[in-house]
Ligand binder design. Structure first.
Ligand SMILES: [Zn+2]
Length: 56
């Protein structure tokens, strides 16, 4: 299992600490997610896969 780094504000998870910190910094300043960062989240990647197979 890969390590995942959560953003404590929006709850998205990232595979790199740097991305999680970028998301956290953005979320702390703005009240919404930075799409450029959020699309690299584990959730966004799972959703992209989910379009292919219905398995969770
Ligand atoms: Zn965030």
């Amino acid at each position: 299992m890969e390590d995942q780094y959560p953003c404590g504000i929006c709850g998205l998870h990232y595979l790199s600490k740097e991305l999680a910190e970028r998301c956290h910094a953005w979320c702390a300043l703005h009240d919404s997610c930075n799409l450029e960062v959020a699309r690299q989240s584990v959730e966004a990647k799972l959703r992209a896969k989910g379009a292919h197979s219905a398995a969770k």
